[in-house]
Design a protein around this ligand. Sequence first.
Ligand SMILES: [Zn+2]
Length: 96
Amino acid sequence: MHSRKLKQIEMRRCVNCREVKHKSEFLRVVKMADGKIALDFTGKAQGRGAYICKSPKCAAENLKRRKLDKSFKTKVPAEIYDEICGAVDNFNSLTF
Ligand SMILES: [Zn+2]
């Protein structure tokens, strides 16, 4: 585990737009110890996390520019990108 001098308020940065917001505003994607990548709806999965805004714009740009590949330094399966787009669609249809 990393040690942190400051107690972090739960702020996270979007892999696409780099905006910093409270973690509840993001969709979490996690790379597990075995290298498997999955969406983490609980926010509690073990592994290295990446965060993306629950916005169609960020989901689409993430898909187009393969931002997660860069963040995780690995090839993220296309299904994960599709899943993110689907999940973001869901969030937005629930919210509005
Ligand atoms: Zn974003």
